[in-house]
Write a protein that binds this ligand. Structure first.
Ligand code: PLP
Length: 358
């Protein structure tokens, strides 16, 4: 039986992505070759890369607006370093919003390059909310934020208006909700949540912000080199990029981001309503900042953990154990998780209440 997969990433992908990528491993495009053995310079794979890059811009509404989409490697964690390498001037400074573990990791890397101003942080409250009261220095080379905090279950609902270029780590909510994506100058995301197999990292960058720092950048870390090489500067992660293309095609067929956003909202509302209604559970993040992708919650009585764990495991649910820094539970509801899986979890929570509430 297929599990109701709530993993935080790598995570559930659309069933047709599994089927088509399995077929491509056996015989890609009826070529008699596996996607794992074709050249990345072959006509068939160049077409995959081109379509994937174009679909990213189309789905984000960024076509013809001066942006380039790249599929790189090294995960979002390498972008923590590539961003300052490419955008922070020598003797310059960058501004960061500290909303969790991943933001913090990005900050650590930026500090290797120059002055790194933390404009606000919610660390003292274990990152249970998104700070709103802060000023971005006008002379910063860029402002960096994390749109969705995978571990703490918070999500930025709006983004600051600033003249400084805005860089956003969207690893765990890319393609999940409509936003005016032109407010960002650089977006990056590891593929392994809403996009495809681990191994590819998406970078969407407004070309005009590049090439201004005066730094010598190692070629493999230079966005301009990757743009010039059409995302083929070195061997790309061929299979991972192919799974991204399949997921993007699936998303387009669903009606694009606007259509999936409605479903994501309905899924999140169903689960959060139960967390709030059920006296045995409590949410961990500020209500206004709750993530629609990763819902974090605790048992009011931790002694009931073993009983609850047994129940959800028996219902075929997988991957809802919380991250160690928050504890409790984390239900990740990425684009491909069906409503039916959320209903199964909610039913388990109700049944649990009927057995264990006084
Ligand atoms: N940023 C966010 C928001 C994440 O959730 C993660 C991983 O879960 C990362 C960055 C790190 O991504 P990677 O493992 O691709 O380096």
């Amino acid at each position: 039986m297929k599990k109701h997969n709530y993993s935080a990433g790598p995570c559930i992908l659309p069933q047709e992505v599994f089927e088509k990528s399995a077929q491509a491993i056996l015989d890609f495009n009826h070529s008699g070759l596996s996607i794992l053995e074709i050249s990345h310079r072959s006509k068939d794979f160049v077409a995959v890369m081109e379509e994937a890059r174009a679909l990213v811009l189309e789905l984000l509404g960024l076509e013809g607006k001066g942006y380039q989409a790249l599929f790189l490697q090294g995960g979002a964690s390498l972008e923590f370093l590539m961003v300052p390498y490419n955008l922070m001037n020598i003797n310059g400074k960058a501004a960061y919003l500290d909303t969790g573990t991943w933001a913090n990791n990005a900050i650590k890397e930026a500090k290797l390059f120059g002055e790194t101003v933390i404009v606000a942080s919610s660390k003292d409250q274990n990152y249970n909310h998104i700070p709103v009261d802060y000023t971005i220095p006008e002379d910063a080379d860029y402002f960096h934020c994390t749109s969705n905090n995978t571990i703490f279950g918070t999500q930025m609902k709006s983004f600051p208006k600033t003249n400084v270029p805005v860089v956003c780590d969207m690893s765990s909510d890319i393609f999940s909700r409509t936003l005016d994506f032109t407010q960002f100058d650089l977006i990056y995301a590891g593929a392994q949540k809403n996009m495809g197999a681990a191994g590819a990292t998406l970078v969407v960058v407004k070309e005009e912000i590049l090439g201004k720092t005066g730094r010598t950048i190692p070629s493999i870390l230079d966005y301009q080199k990757h743009i010039k090489a059409e995302s083929m500067y070195n061997t790309p992660s061929v299979f991972a990029v192919y799974t991204c293309l399949l997921t993007l095609q699936w998303l387009k067929k669903q009606g694009g981001i606007a259509a999936i956003e409605k479903i994501n909202e309905a899924k999140a509302n169903l689960l959060y309503s139960e967390i709030d209604r059920n006296t045995l559970f409590k949410g961990t993040s500020a209500v206004a900042d709750r993530s629609f992708m990763n819902a974090t919650f605790l048992l009011e009585n931790p002694e009931l953990q073993e009983s609850f764990d047994k129940m959800w495991k028996e219902a075929g649910i997988s991957g809802i154990t919380g991250h160690r820094s928050v504890g409790g539970y984390r239900a990740s509801m990425y684009n491909a998780l069906p409503m039916e899986s959320v209903q199964v979890l909610v039913d388990v929570m109700r049944e649990f209440e009927s057995v264990f509430s006084d």
